[in-house]
Design a protein. Structure first.
Length: 117
């Protein structure tokens, strides 16, 4: 069993920065990768960034060069540094623990990010 909890959302002006955190607990060794998703009103949830066991990262084209995913050495906390934010980044951001092969994925409740123009 794994649980994840997000924090760090808020309101920021366009061009500003925010850092989201995701704290994971439970059987950390069962996590293949940690992902950040987002869902804007009336839009589908989309994958924003991913970091796998080996530390390799992937990003959505829309955030490449502006967002950075990272984690602490214990692999229990994942961060999403968001720079040069745009109004279109406004969404609820969700942390996900990919546990395919080990059990069900874990999802956080989400944290709201609002970027004003």
């Amino acid at each position: 069993q794994v649980h994840v909890v997000e924090s760090g959302g808020g309101l920021v002006q366009a061009g500003g920065s925010l850092r989201l955190s995701c704290a994971a607990s439970g059987i950390i060794s069962s996590i293949n990768a940690m992902n950040w998703y987002r869902q804007a009103p009336e839009k589908q949830r989309e994958l924003v960034a991913r970091i796998n066991r080996s530390g390799s990262t992937n990003y959505a084209d829309s955030v490449l060069g502006r967002f950075t995913i990272s984690r602490d050495n214990a692999k229990t906390t994942v961060y999403l540094q968001m720079n040069r934010l745009k109004p279109e980044d406004t969404a609820v951001y969700y942390c996900n623990a990919d546990r395919r092969g080990f059990g069900s994925d874990a999802w956080g409740r989400g944290t709201q990010v609002t970027v004003s123009s």
